[in-house]
Design a protein around this ligand. Structure first.
Ligand SMILES: Cc1ncc(COP(=O)(O)O)c(C=O)c1O
Length: 306
């Protein structure tokens, strides 16, 4: 494997030079938050473009605020660091970027008040997240964290135990992905992605008040559906059995991108990979992520100087 570089507290250095203290609060208590960003490789133009990178760093700093993690960087600093990091790694393929802000303090006890906050950014090539064209999903018996337990609006590392348990629950039973319900029984999201359904020509997705992460891909899908396709987009609570009545369903997320669902709780979803709305959104998404959708070029940040 080629030498991999990471951004660590202000410098770009070889990955093997970074070590995390075994006593750190990030490791012991999960006191950390992170982001997942994609940079898309455009073979035709030999360019790598970060997709909505500013929004990802705005969300990271918002997560840091909620978790009392103090970083001496602005959104611009982090965007520039990411561009430099990708250049240094010389990636010429679609890449996933993972910034993690964390509590480096090694004192015993899960306090957020200690100093020694750090940030690390690493990246690796990532094509399809699931390796599948369409997914068989199952509602998990694990409940999504609610806002007053652990803020779902942040990408707090500790919250991903909830995600991992849900994934385990369904994957060991042969399904591809889980769907969480909220503590009040509404459809929430997947372990690392938001969910959309289509019913009678309307695009429907659960609202932030149903404990979802406010996904950047979700926001992009809503914008494309409303402004480019002229569809009615509705943010409202969805109950479990409405999933059985939908015409189409798909997930959205940075890692997951736009992936159709063909089965929910062993019931077929009629559209699946051939769903008309899914196909239109996917085609637009493939353009927007390369900076090739007219009017949306500003969502792309090129990495290499031309
Ligand atoms: C729990 C959860 N929901 C939704 C998403 C999708 O968010 P985004 O589209 O910003 O990647 C993610 C991924 O970051 C996630 O971890």
């Amino acid at each position: 494997m080629e030498q991999s570089y990471v951004f660590y507290n202000g410098d770009i250095i070889e990955e093997e030079k970074v070590s995390i203290d075994i006593r750190s609060k990030a490791f012991n208590y999960g006191l950390a938050c992170f982001e997942g960003i994609r940079a898309y490789w455009d073979e035709e133009n030999q360019q790598l473009s970060l997709f909505r990178v500013r929004e990802h760093y705005e969300r990271l700093l918002q997560s840091c605020r909620a978790l009392y993690i103090k970083l001496p960087y602005t959104v611009d600093d982090l965007v520039n660091a990411t561009i430099e990091l990708l250049k240094k790694n010389n990636f010429k393929t679609t890449t996933y970027i993972r910034p993690i802000a964390y509590k480096g303090s090694t004192n015993i006890g899960p306090t957020l008040l200690d100093d020694d906050d750090r940030i690390l950014i690493y990246c690796s090539p990532l094509g399809s997240y699931t390796g599948k064209d369409e997914l068989k999903v199952k509602v998990t018996s694990w409940t999504r964290l609610s806002d007053n337990m652990l803020p779902p609006r942040t990408k707090a590392s500790a919250a991903y135990l909830n995600s991992a348990l849900a994934s385990l629950d369904v994957k060991i039973n042969g399904y591809d992905e889980a769907i969480f319900l909220t503590d009040t029984g509404s459809v929430c999201e997947g372990p690392g992605e938001n969910i959309f359904i289509v019913r009678k020509g309307k695009l429907i997705t659960p609202p932030p008040s149903d404990n979802i992460l406010e996904g950047i891909t979700r926001e992009t899908v809503m914008e494309l559906a409303r402004d480019v396709l002229g569809m009615e987009v509705v943010e409202r609570s969805v109950k479990r059995t409405e999933l059985y009545a939908c015409d189409e369903a798909f997930f959205s997320g940075t890692a997951m991108e736009i992936t159709p669902i063909c089965e929910i709780d062993d019931r077929p979803v009629p559209g699946g990979i051939n769903g008309e709305v899914y196909k239109k959104i996917k085609a637009l998404f493939d353009k927007i992520t390369l900076g090739k959708l007219e009017g949306y070029e500003h969502y792309s940040t090129p990495v290499y100087d031309k």
